[in-house]
Design a protein around this ligand. Structure first.
Ligand code: HAM
Length: 417
């Protein structure tokens, strides 16, 4: 039986990879402009990091993690997201002591055992951006603005910023109590998951997507009406500065996000073009997480973009050819000369290709065309006798003789190698 890719995983094929390279290059360039440096952390960590960091009652930790027992009995998990691992690394290497305003980004595969569908995979990729040590609303706005600038730089055209505040450790407990009380009468009309969450983690009821639950959820108390004065002021200032910068947003009191570490600002960018999985990126503030995981009491804020979803939104682009000069030797001695010329051209930075399979002239020309070759350099018996190469310009379909001793310089000049 044929072995196929695992359900929920996908290959990024050579025809698609150009879009991924562009996304990664735009990110690298843009994040550097905002003062972020790259950090790379392992794809697996101790399970406890995610249980404590993301929250044991979240769907991610309760249902979606790829957890396995290592040979020494320890419990390890493939990372479902990047933030917890980055926080672990910041603490372990004491990064805040040398850089009290630490800005980092990361990218790579994440793993969640969700039900696969369009835009939702079990191995997917994120670009993740985190800023540590900033408490001011100005950094919330900068991070939001950076996330939008990234989408713009990649060429995503239509999207919407959705914004909320989820309060903090002062005001959220009272709100959660109010939510629990409201749910006491209404939970019986909700799905089984929400009936459980109503008791264990009522905030999670707010991100339920079951259609039949929506009317009840919309009738529940709203967190924005329960914010303490500090959270209210912080949120008001975030909104004021977004308006100052002319960044449109929609407020959504139900945007609590699927991870427990958030406080105050939460945000997502959604696109109508993505279907059911409409969130391109999500993030927010997580002051307290570094301390809870054993580090200093520093603030944190960040976001992560789903690269599969981002790639789906990019307009298709014609990729350029893969070859500058295709070499077509027609006899064995010509083959040796072509081999030497191929090497010299490549050393000079020219994308040269030689078909070593000795196919017919016609099939080689077809291959040169498929590779998008700009020039084909032909060396047959007749050319060998005259001490020249026939160089064919594929765009204009014209040919010229080029003396053997000048062929390298000629092709270098023609291809700007
Ligand atoms: P998240 O909302 O769970 O946040 O994921 C961020 C983005 O990753 C989503 O908006 C989506 O584009 C993509 N994504 C998530 N799950 C899948 C999936 N199964 N298949 C394809 N794409 C997916 C976080 O992960 C937080 N760590 C973000 C953050 C960073 N908050 C603060 N700093």
């Amino acid at each position: 039986m044929k072995i196929r890719s695992v359900k929920g995983t996908r290959d990024i094929l050579p025809d698609e990879v150009g879009a991924w390279h562009r996304i990664e290059a735009r990110g690298r360039e843009l994040f550097a402009r905002y003062g972020y440096r790259e950090i790379r952390t392992p794809v697996f960590e101790e399970t406890e990091l995610f249980a404590r960091g993301i929250g044991a009652e979240t769907d991610i930790v309760a249902k979606e993690m790829y957890t396995f027992e290592d040979r020494d009995g320890s419990s390890l998990t493939l990372r479902p997201e990047a933030t917890a691992g980055i926080v672990r690394s910041v603490i372990e290497h004491n990064l805040m002591s040398s850089d009290p305003a630490l800005k980092v980004y990361a990218r790579g595969p994440m793993f969640r055992r969700e039900r696969p569908q369009k835009g939702r995979y079990r191995q997917f990729h994120q670009v993740d951006v985190e800023a540590f040590g900033f408490t001011s609303p100005t950094i919330d706005v900068e991070v939001v603005e950076l996330s939008l600038a990234f989408l713009d730089a990649c060429g995503v055209e239509s999207h919407e910023l959705v914004l909320n505040s989820v309060g903090d450790r002062n005001c959220r407990p009272a709100y959660v109590d109010a939510l629990r009380a409201a749910l006491r009468d209404r939970a019986s009309g909700l799905c089984a998951d929400c009936q459980r969450r109503a008791d264990t983690n009522p905030l999670r009821v707010l991100d339920c997507k079951v259609p039949g639950d929506q009317a009840v959820i919309d009738s529940l108390p709203r967190i924005v009406d329960h914010l303490c004065a500090e959270c209210r002021d912080h949120f008001a200032e975030v909104k004021r500065q977004l308006e100052l910068l002319g960044i449109p947003f929609r407020e959504s009191p139900r945007l609590v996000r699927g991870l427990d570490y958030y406080v105050r600002t939460t945000f997502e960018v959604v696109s109508g073009e993505l279907g059911a999985q409409n969130s391109i990126l999500g993030g927010g503030r997580y002051d307290g997480l570094v301390r809870d995981l054993g580090g200093p009491d520093v603030a944190g804020i960040g976001f992560a973009v789903g690269l599969e979803r981002l790639a789906m939104l990019l307009p298709p682009r014609e990729e350029g050819g893969r070859c500058d000069v295709f070499l077509a030797p027609l006899t064995p001695p010509a083959g040796d000369r072509a081999l030497l010329l191929q090497r010299k051209l490549r050393e000079a930075g020219v994308r040269a290709m030689l078909d070593p399979e000795g196919r017919s002239f016609k099939s080689r020309m077809k291959q040169a065309d498929k590779l998008g070759a700009r020039f084909v350099a032909i060396l047959g018996e007749d050319e060998m006798a005259r001490g020249v190469w026939t160089v064919r310009d594929m765009a204009s379909s014209t040919q010229e003789d080029v003396p053997d001793q000048g062929i390298l310089d000629h092709l270098k000049e023609k291809t700007n190698g």
